[in-house]
Structure formats: structure tokens, C-alpha cells
Design a protein around this ligand. Structure first.
Ligand code: UTP
Length: 241
């Protein structure tokens, strides 16, 4: 029973850190979790943070999509739809922070500066979106740049990057390894609209490409993949140059 348990993480966050890890955790992954499921994600992140500095950027999922749809319905601008999406991501992030029971700040950082600042006192920092025109994948890629992360894990509701959309094309094949350049080229062909869906946001792909951030895309719906992504036993997509 995890409820109410808080994790005993080292008091001095920089002591004994093996890696700096950034997770982009899809909102659709967390939205389907009951309280016990949320606690499993929190416990797994707590275990990972016992050796590593962890940033988790949480997506908006169905909550964001539903709110954006209604905002568009009343004539809101794309930027305003994005702002509403950001609020949904922060709501989901706060929910995960609550499940982490004090291991991450409850007040989720709203800027990159605040996230980096929070990492000085917490081994886990959970946040949502930051500014319009992007998704939480891009936030995660930028945090990875700022923090000089060793690995960016995109934990989403598909199990990797495919040669084409597997929902539309039965011949689509999963790519186990690809370069950042190929990822950026592939993702740039997808549309950038509030609430639009692609395995990796095109802006995030460009950032991964420019800084050659080692990245893995895994199915986040299986919580064990958060660990498999870092020990190399996952069966998602590896992006390395
Ligand atoms: P998400 O990152 O959740 O996008 O942000 P997504 O592609 O729907 O990902 P999943 O389904 O959770 O995996 C939700 C929306 O919030 C706005 C965008 O409109 C985005 O589509 N957003 C998010 C921003 O405008 N800026 C941000 O920094 C983050």
C-alpha cells in the first residue's frame, strides 16, 4: 500500500547522482490511471530518483483535448486554445506531484528557470506546459538542454516511432533505432495545431536534433517502461546520432 508514504530521498540533491533524466509523460498515459495506478507511477519515479535527478513533464491528454475543442467551438484563437491546454497539463502535473507526496514540489514550476531552481532542493521536479505553440515534448527537450540531461524519455501512448501512422497504414513498421536528423525530418511533415497528435512534437524533434540529446520513445502505459528506457531493455525507438 503506497498511499501516504513519502520517499526517503537524499537530503543533498547533487550527492550521488548517476544521471540527469527528463521524462515527457503523455497526459493520455496518466489520465487512465486510478489512484493506485498513479501511486505506481510515483513509486517508480521515486525509485529512479534514488540514483538520478529526474524531471517529469506531464501532458494534457483527454482533458486538454476536450477543453481545447470547447474553446475552439466558442471561437478562441489558437494561442488561447494552447493556454487552455497548458492549464490542463499543469492540472495533470499537480496530480502526479500529489501522488509523489512531497518528493516533488506541489506547486509545479511554470518556467524553465523555476524548474531548474526546484531541482536544487528536489530530486524529482514535475511540471506541465510553459508557452503556446508547442507541446510538453518540446518543454521536456528544452529542460533536457538546460539541465544537460543524459537521457530524454518520451513515454507516450504509442510504443515507438513508426515508418507511417500505424492507425491508418497496416504496413507501418516500428523503427528501433534512428538518427535525430531523420526524426526531425519525419516529424516536420506533421501539422502543428493546438491538441494535434504525433509521437514526438516537431519542435521537440528539432531541439533533439540540434543538441543531439540521446532520446528514447517508449510506451508509457506500462510503468515498467520508465525503468526499461534507462537500462536499455525497452522495445521502443532509440534516437541517437
Ligand atoms: P500535450 O503536451 O499534452 O500535447 O499538451 P499532446 O500532443 O496532446 O500530448 P498527449 O496526448 O498528452 O501525449 C496539450 C496541449 O497543450 C498546449 C498545446 O495546445 C497542446 O496540444 N501546450 C502544451 C502548449 O501550448 N504549450 C506547452 O508548453 C505545452
Amino acid at each position: 500500500e503506497f498511499i501516504g508514504k513519502s520517499y526517503e530521498l537524499p537530503r543533498y540533491p547533487t550527492a550521488g547522482i548517476r544521471m540527469i533524466l527528463v521524462y515527457s509523460l503523455g497526459g493520455s498515459v496518466l489520465a487512465s490511471q486510478d489512484p493506485a495506478g498513479l501511486k505506481r507511477y510515483a513509486e517508480t519515479l521515486g525509485a529512479i530518483a534514488s540514483e538520478n535527478q529526474v524531471y517529469v513533464v506531464v501532458g494534457g491528454g483527454a482533458l486538454a483535448r476536450e477543453c481545447i475543442k470547447r474553446a475552439r467551438g466558442v471561437g478562441a484563437s489558437e494561442a488561447l486554445c494552447d493556454s487552455i491546454g497548458i492549464l490542463a497539463t499543469r492540472m495533470n502535473a499537480t496530480l502526479l506531484a500529489a501522488a509523489l507526496a512531497g518528493s516533488a514540489p506541489f506547486r509545479v514550476p511554470e518556467s524553465y528557470d523555476d524548474a531548474l531552481e526546484a531541482s536544487k532542493t528536489h530530486r524529482i521536479v514535475v511540471m506541465g506546459g510553459v508557452s503556446p505553440g508547442q507541446t510538453t515534448d518540446a518543454v521536456a527537450a528544452l529542460i533536457a538542454e538546460y539541465a544537460r540531461a543524459d537521457l530524454l524519455v518520451i513515454a507516450t501512448s504509442v510504443n515507438g516511432v513508426y515508418t507511417s501512422d500505424p492507425e491508418k497504414d497496416p504496413g507501418a513498421a516500428k523503427i528501433s533505432k534512428m538518427s535525430a536528423e531523420d526524426l526531425a525530418r519525419m516529424m516536420s511533415q506533421l501539422e502543428l495545431k493546438a491538441g494535434s497528435r504525433s509521437p514526438v512534437d516537431p519542435l521537440a524533434a528539432k531541439i533533439i536534433e540540434r543538441s543531439l540529446i540521446p532520446t528514447v520513445v517508449v510506451d508509457g502505459r506500462d510503468v515498467a517502461n520508465l525503468i526499461r528506457a534507462i537500462d536499455g531493455t525497452h522495445n521502443g525507438t532509440e534516437i541517437r546520432s
